[in-house]
Design a protein around this ligand. Structure first.
Ligand SMILES: O=C(O)CCC(=O)C(=O)O
Length: 257
């Protein structure tokens, strides 16, 4: 992560990092996603008849590779630079748009769910598992409005999401080859479009917060997971899972089949 990318995150509320994951890493992540889809694990959260918006949440119980992903040294370095220590991972999820009838996710901010006092102190890492294009529903963000609190209401297109309405004329389409990522803060409005193409589009979102800036509810640990990645409580996974967790070792396992 470059100094410019860190500045962009702080000023605009997001930054795009193409090629964040190497080809071998991306292939391993994709093969886990395909395994979940083949097993029918993701749930269709869409309401409109004839459309699908598949979501799997949380991810870590379903894959040792995804359990290890937040501990990837590149991920820890990035979220620590963006949020300041101590960083915890609180949530992970997968969004899968099937070809043809794959639906978008309407505009929202993550802070409408998480409610931390300073939204810049929490961020999502969105990973393009497949190439993400304007045509197949790449992530869109509205830059520079992350300090504004936007009203949200129930999203009629989803069985559990909430949404906001906003002027999207300045939206940035985060087109990315698979393995590229977007970091965006909890205050940054984002959405995705539909996938009318002939190939599926999967994305993974992982949420991190600086624990000193978490809400009371979040700090209590009763609602969201606390996986300590930096700071005094970080133990490389021992504390959370009773063992040291390694992305590289899990990747080798997935690749070996
Ligand atoms: O990838 C998607 O389709 C939705 C992403 C999203 O809404 C999120 O990460 O909160």
């Amino acid at each position: 992560m470059t100094r410019d990318q860190i500045s962009q995150y702080k000023e605009a509320g997001y930054t795009i990092v193409p090629g964040f994951f190497a080809a071998r890493e991306t292939a391993a992540l994709k093969s886990e996603v395909e395994r979940w889809v083949a097993a029918g694990l993701p749930r269709d959260v869409s309401v409109p008849e004839g459309k699908r918006n598949l979501q799997l949440i949380p991810l870590w119980p379903h894959s040792r590779l995804f359990r290890a992903l937040p501990f990837h040294p590149r991920v820890v370095a990035a979220v620590s630079a963006l949020l300041g220590d101590p960083v915890v991972k609180i949530l992970d999820q997968m969004f899968y748009k099937p070809p043809g009838d794959g639906m978008g996710t309407n505009w929202h901010t993550d802070n409408a769910y998480f409610r931390i006092p300073r939204p810049i102190r929490g961020c999502a890492l969105w990973i393009a598992i497949d190439d993400a294009t304007r045509e197949n529903g790449a992530l869109k963000v509205v830059p520079g409005v992350h300090e504004r609190e936007l009203p949200h209401e129930r999203d009629p297109d989803s069985d559990h999401h909430i949404r906001t309405y906003l002027d999207e004329s300045s939206a940035v389409h985060c087109e990315l080859a698979a393995g590229g990522v977007v970091f965006f803060c909890f205050g940054t409005p984002h959405a995705t479009g539909p996938n009318p193409t002939s190939r599926a589009r999967a994305g993974v979102g992982i949420h991190f917060v600086n624990l000193d800036h978490a809400s009371e509810e979040m700090r209590s640990g009763s609602r969201w997971q606390h996986v300590h990645l930096s700071g005094e409580a970080a133990s490389g996974g021992e504390r959370e899972y009773g063992e040291t967790v390694s992305f590289a070792a899990e990747m080798d396992r997935v690749v070996a089949g």
